[in-house]
Design a protein around this ligand. Structure first.
Ligand code: DX5
Ligand code: ZN
Length: 213
């Protein structure tokens, strides 16, 4: 189990300091990019994400909740360990987006809304490094976990079989439900409010890790 703290729940006025605080126990920084169209919220884009890089060493897990990933993916400066994840429901053709992100030299993730059948990502499993299963409707932090995600992760894990594709889960994860998603097959766990709304972020991350075992 690996933790990816979602900076969406951090204080955007001091993003780097917030990121540094969680870095010791973070495997990735989960960064939510929203365009106000794909989801009814606006967050940060390439300039902020790229300048956040200085002073941080853990890789970025960039979650694009945007209509046009083809237009923006290349604007993120990425390394081989970073992940760019796009949504299958975006307006660009998934095979083209996968190729474009691959061309940038980082890992490729595909994500889907809770309402989209999990089978929708099956045709792409030979081409991606990660599938991000949303366990809330994308757009905002702090929402309640949708329990259907557990079964969806299970079906996905079965379909992945021996392929080297990592399952990630995002939305409403806390120390009460983390065990369920990990047991079902999720490896990279995104958590925003469960970490950043806690006065001691490292203690919150330890609690998540302990609860996952
Ligand atoms: C929601 C984002 C999530 C969000 C998770 O659209 O994709 O990454 O920040 O926050 P919590 O853990 O509070 O649900
Ligand atoms: Zn996210």
């Amino acid at each position: 189990m690996k933790l990816a703290p979602s900076l969406l729940s951090a204080d955007f006025g001091k993003l780097r300091a917030e990121a540094r605080e969680v870095e010791p126990l973070a495997e990735y920084f989960h960064i939510d990019v929203m365009d106000g169209h794909f989801v009814p919220n606006l967050t940060i884009g390439p300039p902020v994400v790229n300048s956040l890089r200085r002073g941080l060493t853990k890789p970025f897990d960039i979650h694009l909740m945007i209509d046009y990933p083809m237009q923006y993916a290349s604007q993120f400066g990425v390394n081989a360990d970073d992940i760019i994840t796009f949504h299958i429901e975006s307006k660009d053709e998934p095979f083209r987006v996968i190729e474009e992100i691959r061309r940038l030299g980082c890992k490729v993730g595909i994500s889907l809304r809770p309402i989209t059948p999990i089978t929708a990502v099956f045709p792409y499993l030979d081409l991606v490094d990660l599938v991000l299963v949303m366990s809330v409707e994308p757009g905002f932090g702090g929402q309640a976990f949708m329990p259907d995600a557990v079964e969806r992760i299970g079906s996905l894990k079965e379909e992945i079989g021996s392929r080297k594709v990592m399952i990630s889960v995002d939305g409403g994860i806390n120390d009460k439900n983390i065990r369920l998603v990990v047991d079902a097959g999720a490896e990279l766990i995104v958590a925003g409010s469960a970490i950043f709304n806690h006065p001691d972020r490292i203690a919150a991350m330890r609690a998540l890790s302990n609860a996952a075992q």
